[in-house]
Write a protein that binds this ligand. Structure first.
Ligand code: ADP
Ligand code: ZN
Ligand code: ZN
Length: 755
């Protein structure tokens, strides 16, 4: 090797940078000395801050994240230099950087995309701050103050004022203070008598919210035992996964609150994830009533508000962060506990871009920070439950309601039975009608659930309740109207629609549809003297409308609240004495292996909204499948029975959590092209899967939602006993794969949405 080249090779400080967008991969840059010298630069380089770096042949200036900093023996001549450090503080601690790296590896996506997901855009844009030029008198000038010559009295005044000021001032502030224009001050700058330095400052304050204070409740024995379990975890200085399995109304929130008190007493912070912040105003209020510094993060916040919260949190000024899914990334400096309330809720899985599940990310964070993760639910996800069965997580139980209140009685109403049927064409059966009359007469309030979402076509026999299922997958078939076939959305099995019920030969076989709006009209007609309000995504479009309705319901200005799953969750209204489920089957027959689980959760959760006061409560569940295990178990408030049966079925079919799954969706506006691409990609997957044992690749088949936003959708499903081999196969197949124009491919690791 030539001498000249040898000379250039030396130990230098190198920053590893991931570009914010565009290029994948990590790039090394030389770090100029002044970027590490506090005396010479305001913004020092450290991992987790963003930098401006020259990139590509044209040396375009690009924003990247510094993910590592260290000395390397390199040929300095071959590396470009970092131009500038953008952030005044690190956006990601080393632990958070590792977490984002894990996410990129696990969810098979670009590290930069994860970084952009984790750091809110308001933070990236430094929203709500502005650059100001602040004036100060340099030290050397200060020491020779008496020798300075000024050109005017105004200059002298301005200089004297600044020299005496205890804080830096802007030009405008100084000019106002001494009553001059900017000109003499600029002259001082020019002469070098004063200097200016740019700094980012906050342009406002967060509005502070105060809540009425509330004392901790005295825990009952079960709550006490659960609290002790969590505290043991907090003190163990280890990662511990705990499922707080407590029936509806068992007082889980009180346990979280008191566990967090411990964490806060240790000078640490807690993160509490709730399904959808606007749906849980009650929970938020309780946190505010117990802790001085609570940050509530929700989707309605402006970029500025987000940035302020982020800063307060990262400075350690916030004790408790309450928020939806993405609050799992809150930059708490000393995290002591993560709680996920209603952990079974699907909103914890993000269904765009980075398809992460907050529960799994939270567990990784808990492992990294060696803290407990508490997963609370009356109907735990089978994923979490299975972990308790395998001993990876511990289970803390609250088997009964607080204050010895009984669980409400649940009656199922068999809609197949003509004698109790609807007395006409309505949705409300005679027994439900009578129960409503009785509840309203006794001044109780009523909740009616009808979870009619989007498309939900299925073929069911009204005579015997049979649902037409795929012969391979044991999942219900969907009727495709324009082609007039029944199709399995998993394996693409097809058959003609039957003229009669395959089980009882009834010819009345049909598929139906009753939505909440139709139900609302029916309720108004049946109960004209009572106030009825509908609550679903259509009626709750504007900000705050949800809270308004719930407040009115609490004040008993509404007698009957009807709606979709939105009304099934978390509400604690003692005067609700009747809950009616209009059709428990709506979710049961969706072509999704979690259909039974979702139905169980929904029915059990909505049933839990009643019987919370002294008047007691009852539940009536209308269904065409009263003997379905999910519905039977929900009627008996028996989660464990449900879990046993359902896990057995899943084991047989290798479905999660007793097997791993990755779902690939290929979509495009041209049906034939999208299909061909899906087929080609499936072949690539199969090629990469050859050596892997126990891997099943199903499809491509038409996705359950076969056409969405003018795009045709095809899906490929990968299953194996463990996720590792599947990730490797998909990684292998996507490397060097380029989507043809107009075709998009999404990879969903641990899919939640099967449609
Ligand atoms: P869950 O979340 O388990 O359904 P909540 O946390 O909403 O239950 O609690 C239900 C109700 O019981 C709340 O109104 C709460 O204030 C009350 N509660 C909780 N713990 C106690 C207790 N130890 N003593 C009395 N009331 C309690
Ligand atoms: Zn039948
Ligand atoms: Zn099938």
């Amino acid at each position: 090797m030539a001498d000249a080249a040898n000379l250039a090779v030396a130990q230098r400080l190198v920053a590893t940078v991931v570009m914010g967008e565009g290029a994948t991969g990590e790039y090394d840059y030389l770090v100029p000395e002044y970027l590490c010298d506090e005396a010479r630069s305001e913004r020092l380089l450290e991992p987790g801050r963003r930098v401006l770096v020259p990139f590509g042949r044209a040396n375009r200036k690009v924003v990247g994240y510094c993910v590592a900093l260290g000395t390397k023996v390199i040929d300095a001549a071959r590396l470009k230099q970092v131009v500038e450090v953008i952030d005044g503080v690190s956006l990601l601690s080393p632990a958070m950087l590792r977490l984002t790296r894990w996410m990129a590896d696990y969810y098979l996506c670009k590290w930069s995309d994860v970084l952009e997901t984790v750091v809110p855009s308001g933070v990236r844009q430094l929203a709500g701050t502005r650059q100001v030029a602040l004036l100060h008198v340099p030290d050397d000038i200060r020491q020779t103050l008496s020798q300075q010559k000024f050109r005017s009295k105004q200059q002298e005044h301005a200089f004297a004022h600044l020299a005496a000021s205890t804080r830096s001032l802007t030009i405008a502030q100084l000019a106002t203070a001494v009553g001059c224009t900017a000109a003499p001050i600029k002259q001082l700058l020019k002469q070098g008598l004063i200097e200016s330095r740019t700094k980012r400052v906050d342009s406002g304050e967060l509005e502070s919210i105060t809540a009425e204070r509330e004392q901790p409740l005295e825990l009952n024995a079960d709550q006490q035992r659960a609290l002790e379990g969590i505290i043991e975890g907090i003190e163990s200085n280890e990662a511990r996964g705990m499922v707080l399995f407590g029936v509806t109304g068992s007082g889980k929130t009180e346990v979280y609150l008191q566990a967090i008190e411990r964490v806060v007493a240790f000078g640490r912070q807690a993160i509490v994830l709730v399904p959808e912040i606007s749906l849980t105003p009650q929970t938020v209020r309780r946190f505010r009533a117990r802790f001085d510094n609570v940050a509530v993060l929700h989707s309605h916040q402006t970029a500025v508000e987000r940035h302020r919260h982020w800063q307060r949190i990262s400075r350690g000024e916030v004790q408790v962060v309450v928020g939806a899914r993405s609050a799992v990334f809150a930059p708490t400096p000393h995290l002591g506990l993560i709680v996920i309330d209603e952990e079974h809720e699907s909103s914890f899985k993000q269904d765009t871009k980075i398809r992460y599940h907050a529960r799994d990310v939270a567990w990784q964070r808990a492992l990294a920070e060696r803290i407990p993760l508490v997963l609370g639910s009356a109907t735990p996800s089978l994923e979490s439950w299975q972990k308790t069965l395998e001993g990876e997580f511990t289970c803390l139980k609250l088997p009964s309601r607080v204050s010895h209140r009984p669980m409400p009685d649940v009656a199922t109403i068999d809609l197949r039975d003509p004698s109790i049927s609807r007395g006409g064409r309505g949705a409300i059966s005679r027994p439900l009608h009578q129960a409503m009359v009785a509840a309203l007469r006794d001044e109780g309030q009523v909740i009616l659930l009808l979870n009619r979402r989007g498309f939900a076509t299925h073929i069911q026999c009204p005579a015997c309740g049979a649902v037409v299922e795929c012969e391979n997958c044991k999942l219900s078939l969907t009727f495709h109207r324009h082609e007039s076939v029944l199709r399995c959305h998993y394996c693409d099995h097809q058959e003609p629609p039957p003229a009669q019920c395959p089980q009882c030969k009834s010819e009345a076989i049909r598929y139906g549809g009753m939505g909440t709006q139709k139900l609302e009209a029916e309720v108004r007609a049946r109960f004209p003297q009572h106030v009825c309000t509908r609550m679903d995504t259509d009626s709750m479009r504007t900000r705050g409308s949800h809270q308004k309705v719930l407040d009115a319901f609490r004040r008993h200005e509404i007698d009957i609240l009807l709606g979709t799953q939105m009304i099934a969750k978390g509400l604690d209204f003692p005067n609700v004495t009747l809950v009616g489920v209009i059709n428990a089957d709506t979710a049961l027959n969706l072509p999704d292996f979690r259909a039974g689980e979702r139905t169980f959760q929904l029915v059990a959760q909505v049933a839990g909204r009643t019987g919370r006061g002294d008047k007691g409560g009852r539940v009536m569940v209308q269904t065409l499948s009263p003997e379905h295990p999910a519905i039977c178990a929900a009627a008996r408030h028996d989660f464990e029975m449900f879990a046993r049966q359902e896990l057995a079925d899943r084991r047989e079919l290798g479905y999660p959590p007793l097997g791993a799954m990755i779902r690939v969706v290929v979509r495009g506006e041209q049906e034939e092209i999208a299909r061909a691409v899906a087929e080609e990609f499936a072949q690539r997957l199969r090629k990469h899967a050859i050596a892997a044992a126990g891997v099943r690749i199903i499809g491509p088949g038409v996705a359950a939602i076969s056409r969405l936003r003018q795009q045709f959708r095809f899906q490929i499903q990968l299953q194996a006993p463990a996720i590792g081999p599947l990730q490797e196969i998909v990684l292998g197949a996507t490397t060097k794969w380029k989507n043809p124009e107009g075709v998009f491919l999404t990879v969903d690791v641990d899919p939640w949405d099967m449609m």
